[in-house]
Design a protein around this ligand. Structure first.
Ligand code: F0G
Length: 432
């Protein structure tokens, strides 16, 4: 089916075979070929200036039409026909600058877009407000996702708000304590699957097809519409003057795909005049996308994933096809960093008072590698996206700081003392 005339405000189209389905079709994949879907919107019937003015007017404040959500502020390019939305609210995350991280990465002025400031502590809330809104619009009786932890926490919170039962599938031994705690707290039925994330994803896809549960993994194209707003909000914060590079961690590749789509649309609709380059960073032990990139995407690789950054411990990324497009269209690069490098980067981010989870720090370590290789020039304008909050993974954090054999860079070992002033004084005098 193809909509030729009188386009509706939005519709879905398969990126492989082009088949189109209405906006409210609940299938997570193309029903003709099984390919990934993308949401398309009729270009807003507004000039660039009018559209930007709307985005500016809605940016907080008590005025009529204003919204506290950094996602729905951009509703014309997210989901224009949604009237009732399930919003926490989310977004409005800061762009931070810390000189210590300029020095650590070798940049002159590095900006950090901190998505850990979202309500459940990760960027997933931006996609989930749209995904759960869509679940309500189609009358879903239950929602489900497979997750390395953050999507599960976010789904659990938004489903609770919408009063829809939520089912989350997480790998039994590879989900961090903070994320698991959130899923339980927000009341999702939490299934600890004896398998890895890739097994969880296969299982949830089969379950949603057979049991009629609405799938809210990032293969769901409405999730990506929300995640696009990380880029849109960043561009708004930069006065719609695009940076040279946007650096992000990559696992299931939903975010890489969403960033590519945001940049493509922002360019098409005249919001920006030039295209920033994407740098997607994987962990060395979970880097199938890097292998494909190095072969110019001739082959789609899968691996058995292993990394301390459990958020991106993924061997068969679902949004591969959409992410290839994103990297090609932005003249992007894909690289990997070791666990030691990403944990050192995390200690640097944490140590300047910002803090992030291990997967997020992979992007910072990746930027340092790109500067050292001469791919990124220190004077270029770069934004690194920190995807998750420092408290998401206290286990990895404490293990790093308690390591003594030898202590890793930036380790800050806790010290046990007797309750005496003499011991306190000795600690004060101890060299930094
Ligand atoms: N950073 C964090 C903190 C994540 O939780 C994830 C993915 C990523 C980066 C990678 O993003 O998958 O879009 O390439 N977390 C998913 C989850 C898989 O289930 O929470 P991606």
């Amino acid at each position: 089916m193809r909509f030729e005339t009188n386009r509706p405000p939005s519709w879905q189209a398969c990126i492989a075979c082009g088949n189109e389905t209405p906006e409210l079709d609940p299938h997570p994949r193309c029903t003709v070929c099984g390919g990934l879907l993308e949401v398309h919107h009729r270009p807003p019937n507004l000039t660039r200036e009018e559209l930007l003015q709307k985005f500016t007017e809605r940016r907080g404040g008590p005025r009529p039409g204003a919204t506290a959500s950094g996602v729905w502020r951009f509703r014309e390019v997210v989901l224009p026909s949604a009237t009732e939305v399930v919003s926490h609210p989310e977004g409005n995350t800061p762009l931070l600058h810390r000189p210590a991280l300029d020095r650590w990465t070798g940049m002159l002025r590095l900006l950090l877009k901190h998505e850990g400031h979202n309500p459940t502590g990760s960027f997933k809330d931006r996609g989930m407000t749209v995904g759960v809104t869509q679940a309500c619009r189609i009358g879903a009786s239950a929602v489900a996702c497979a997750s390395t932890g953050n999507t599960a926490a976010s789904l659990a919170a938004y489903a609770a708000q919408a009063a829809i039962p939520a089912l989350v599938f997480v790998p039994k031994d590879a989900v961090s304590m903070g994320k698991l705690a959130q899923s339980l707290a927000y009341g999702a039925r939490t299934l600890l699957v004896r398998g890895d994330f890739d097994a969880c994803l296969q299982l949830v896809e089969a379950a949603s097809a057979r049991l009629g549960v609405y799938l809210l993994n990032s293969i769901n194209p409405f999730r990506l519409e929300g995640q696009k707003t990380i880029v849109l909000e960043m561009l708004q914060q930069l006065g719609w003057d695009a940076p040279d590079w946007i650096v992000l961690p990559a696992g299931n590749l939903g975010n890489t795909a969403a960033f590519g789509k945001a940049i493509r649309e922002a360019k098409e609709w005249g919001l920006i005049s030039r295209v920033p380059r994407l740098a997607a960073v994987q962990a060395e032990g979970a880097a199938p996308f890097v292998r494909s990139f190095e072969e110019k995407f001739a082959t789609r690789h899968t691996v058995k994933a292993e990394t301390v950054a459990t958020a991106i411990r993924i061997g068969d990324p679902a949004s591969y096809d959409r992410a290839v497009l994103a990297i090609r269209e932005t003249d992007g690069v894909v690289l990997s960093v070791s666990d030691a490098e990403l944990m050192e980067a995390k200690a640097a981010v944490d140590g300047c008072g910002v803090g992030c989870e291990p997967a997020s720090a992979a992007a910072v370590a990746g930027l340092r590698a790109l500067v050292r290789r001469g791919v990124v020039d220190p004077s270029q304008r770069v934004v690194v996206v920190l995807t998750g909050h420092v408290l998401k993974d206290p286990g990895a954090l404490l293990q790093y700081h308690r390591e003594i054999d030898p202590p890793p860079p930036g380790a800050n070992r806790p010290v046990e003392i007797e309750p005496t002033l003499a011991e306190v004084e000795a600690q004060l005098r101890r060299p930094g």
